[in-house]
Each structure stands twice: as C-alpha cells, then as structure tokens.
Design a protein around this ligand. Structure first.
Ligand SMILES: [Mn+2]
Length: 340
C-alpha cells in the first residue's frame, strides 16, 4: 500500500478514536520518546485524550525532556486505539507479551509508525496499519505525516520531533541522514525551534554519569593501534560488560575517538562474554570501506562502514585467537585497498 493510502486510513482510524494510547517498546530512546511526546501534542491539539505507555523505565539521560514523567508502565483502564512508535518488531514488545498486556492491546485497532526495516516474521502481525518508511528517524516520519495530513505542530511538538531526529542521526551525522532530514530540521527551525535548543538537545542526549566518564577514560588508555595506527582495537572483558552495559554499551564510549586518531581507518571493538561467545563491532572511515567484507569473513554482516560479527561459544575460540585473526585479515584488506 502506498504512503498516501496508508495516511488516509490513519486519518480514519484517528477520527474514530477518542482515547489514544501511545506505546514505546522495550528500548526507549530519544527518537521513541520524542515521537511519543510529539504525537501527544498533535493528538491533544485535535481534542484527543492521550496516554503514554512503556514497560521499560525511561533512561535517565532522557529525563531532561519535559513530559517524560507522563509515561506509565501500566495500561489505562480503557482506550480506543493504540499507536506503537519507533518499533515494528514484536520481539521488542516482549515485556508486554510476558505480562499479558499484549492481549489487551490486540482488542483495539493498533497502528505501527516506524523507520526500521525488519524481517517479515517479526512484524506485529495483528497491527491494523503499519506505516514503516526507511528514513532517519520515526521523528522524521511523523513530521512528514503531519505535513501531508495538514496537522498543526505546536512548539512543543516541533521540539520533540527535533530531539527525535537529532537523537537517531547522532546530531545529523549518521549515515541515515539525508538532505530531506536536514530539510525537516530547517522547517522545524521555521516553526521556532531554535539552534541553541538543538545544540542543547545533542549535548543532553550524550550526557553520562561521572562513573561512565571515568570508565571511558580507562577505555581510552586501553586502545591498541596496529599497522601504523590504521587499525584501532579495544577489548571489553565480561566483568565490564556486566557492570556497564545497562548504563551504556561500552564500545560506543570510545569508537568515535578510536576512529579520529591520526591515520586510523578502522575501529574494532571485541566483547568477550562469560559463556564463551565473542562479538566484534566494526566501524570504518570513508577511506577504508571494508567493514562489510571483514564481517562477512567471520560470518557476520553489515554495511561498508558499519558491521559486526559473532563467534559462537561452540567454536571454542579464545579472544586472543579471534583478535589476531581479525587484525591479520584487516591488514590484508587494507593492503589491498584500491589506490586512489
Ligand atoms: Mn528510531
């Protein structure tokens, strides 16, 4: 079905509902919360009653967004329809499946608004309508929908959408950012979202606890460089995965710095799990688009600049062995890069 047809159906469903439930899945982030808060404003201005629901606590770094505290872990006594934002996969609604909330959700129309492309088998199959577009953020999609449907965006809605987009595009630098994304931000600025607010949003979204900042310092000291600094490697042992993963994915604390060292073309982060499996996260600079090839060599996958692989515990390989194999193959790939 075309987007325009979906929007017509969306409009009909909204028209026939009064109390609308806005759902975030088990991985709330800046995009999901921003999208939920924007919808709350848009629907509220249309005279609808809204209710925000998420089975997982809103992470503390998002609590600077006013309205976060309206998100409830429990379903309301009654509602007419629901909208899931920033998630199209049933696997990410696991908490609602486990506690039985899902059966209650199935009784009323449910709309999915998302920007992730996922396997069909994981789709929320009981959804009345799925609006899924392959763009930078759910926030960008909701902006586009509002524009087509001629919904008014008040300043709070505009700000929430800006935060959603800034969050998923890491401040408009992620690969998913297109000129259309930037145009949406420009139009949000036309709606009085000021640049200071956007800058603050970016800063707030990357705020960390002092404990994490100190851990980041230790990680920075452990970065290893190979092949004249062109390869940067970090390894995360199980104790650290266990201690910090709830607050932050350890490699992501230092991947950017690893890639910004002089001469570095590729950053690789290994995680060594207790049960014996090992994962690798790979990020390349534009000078060396080898991430996909490297990951595929170890039966993983991804894009030319961002990829990963996993070595199962059944392979009984030590971290040292995987690491040296991976560095060796990376050296080969870099040696064979086409000369510019
Ligand atoms: Mn998103």
């Amino acid at each position: 079905m075309k987007l325009d047809d979906k929007l017509r159906q969306f409009e009909k469903l909204i028209d026939s509902a009064n109390k609308i439930l806005i759902i975030q899945a088990d991985n709330p982030d800046g995009d999901s919360l921003g999208s939920a808060l924007a919808l709350e404003q848009i629907l509220g201005d249309m005279g609808k009653e809204t209710y925000l629901y998420c089975r997982v606590d809103i992470p503390s770094y998002l609590k600077y967004l006013s309205g976060w505290d309206k998100v409830s872990r429990d379903l309301p006594k009654s509602f007419d329809m629901s909208i899931v934002v920033d998630c199209s996969s049933i696997t990410l609604l696991d908490n609602s499946v486990k506690n039985g909330d899902i059966n209650y959700l199935k009784k009323k129309p449910l709309i999915v608004i998302d920007h992730h492309q996922i396997e069909n088998e994981n789709l929320i199959d009981f959804a009345t309508l799925q609006i899924i577009e392959d763009i930078s953020a759910t926030g960008e999609l909701i902006y586009n929908m509002s524009k087509k449907l001629k919904y008014q965006l008040n300043i709070d809605a505009a700000r929430a959408l800006a935060v959603a987009i800034m969050s998923d595009t890491l401040g408009l630098v992620a690969e998913s950012t297109t000129s259309a994304t930037i145009r949406v931000i420009a139009e949000l600025v036309d709606l009085d979202v000021d640049l200071t607010f956007l800058d603050e949003a970016r800063r707030n979204l990357s705020r960390k606890s002092p404990e994490l900042i100190s851990y980041k310092g230790r990680l920075l000291q452990r970065i290893e460089f190979y092949r004249n600094n062109s390869i940067a490697v970090i390894t995360i042992p199980w104790e650290e995965i266990k201690q910090y993963s709830n607050a932050y994915n350890p490699p992501m604390l230092v991947m950017d710095e690893m890639r910004s060292a002089e001469g570095t073309m590729i950053a690789i982060a290994f995680k060594d799990y207790q049960d014996g499996h090992i994962t690798a996260k790979i990020r390349c600079n534009t000078s060396a688009p080898i991430a996909k090839m490297l990951a595929e060599h170890f039966n993983g996958g991804g894009h030319i600049y961002a990829s990963g692989f996993k070595i199962g515990a059944d392979q009984k390989k030590s971290l040292d062995k995987i690491k040296s194999e991976c560095i060796k193959y990376t050296e080969e790939l870099l040696d064979n890069l086409p000369k510019k």
